[in-house]
Design a protein around this ligand. Sequence first.
Ligand code: NAD
Ligand code: UDP
Length: 330
Amino acid sequence: MRVVVTGGAGFLGSHLSALLRGRGDQVICVDNFSTGRRENLDALLGDPGFTLIEADVTEGLEIPGRVDAVAHLASPASPPDYHRLPLETLAVGSRGTEYGLRLAARNQARFVLASTSEVYGDPVVHPQREDYWGNVNPVGPRSVYDEAKRYAEAVTMAYHRTYDLDVGIVRIFNTYGPRMRPQDGRVVTSFITQALVGDPLTIYGDGEQTRSFCYVDDLVAGIVAMIDGDVTGPVNLGNPVEWTVGRLASEILRITESSSTIERYPLPTDDPTRRRPDITLARRLLGWEPVVPVEEGLRRTVEWFRSRPEELLAAAPSLAGAQPGGVLLS
Ligand code: NAD
Ligand code: UDP
């Protein structure tokens, strides 16, 4: 297959591109490096089956030659990134998605949208099944991301219904692993970076809020299953093992053997109190489920971070209170 991966220089996109190349697909990555890094693609640059196009997908998406599938991953994804890039986030979820859909339609290719568990907002149904419509604040600070992805799902379904375009929507839950940026402000990267440099771990709120963390290798295998199949979805992809943020902090301190302390900051506005995917559909329709236990995935991620001490030292000072209005409480 010849697959276009938008956002291919990012965390998930670079792992997805590597997996597709590994099985012999041709990959064309389109990325503007707003939150991605060229070095994520070091192993692929120079590979004749891999093409990197530096471009902003909100300005159009023209790819010469046949295209068999478009995987649309381009979008800022960490809360500090989309707070910093609010209009860009809305643009890539709306215009960027539509350009991806048009490219797929011109080629009669399959279009796979990387949506998110954030479409469920602060969920009142738990665990989250795909038929839950969500609880999103349309004017809150997270809305630039949540509503962009909800619109992206809507426009994807409109192309499916109007043009009979072959589409698939995956709703991705919190994913972690090598190649995340230490300064991206997400909880796994912040805690690992802080534990390794000996800074206090910054817990927002009481640490009782939950997330369900999926290792990147598992997650991208689910995206590939979606690319290969004919399921429209939406289908949740994530690890149903649910942890509190406090437990995550303890596990990371244990794995890193760090003596870092804990500092508490206010919970950011509209921060979801709990999140856990129901993956019944993914199991049944895609034959997919995660296989890497969280402790093992964290160990692998810690090893990767440990090999980059300068980067961690440079990132650490920016992490304390990385969320808007972050004030040290204790
Ligand atoms: P990331 O920030 O590492 O990657 C996003 C990539 O998109 C970056 O390389 C960035 O430069 C690129 N990009 C952004 N805007 C662009 C534009 N206008 N044109 C071209 N490229 C652009 O984030 P990630 O964690 O790899 O997330 C990838 C996708 O998966 C996103 O769509 C995100 O919403 C979704 N997702 C991720 C997670 C997660 O836990 N990682 C969870 C839910 C959904
Ligand atoms: N969080 C935290 N400390 C940090 C970063 C995040 O306690 O340094 C919390 C955050 O408030 C949220 C959870 O960890 O409750 C997951 O945050 P992340 O930004 O990783 O992802 P998302 O909120 O998008 O799920």
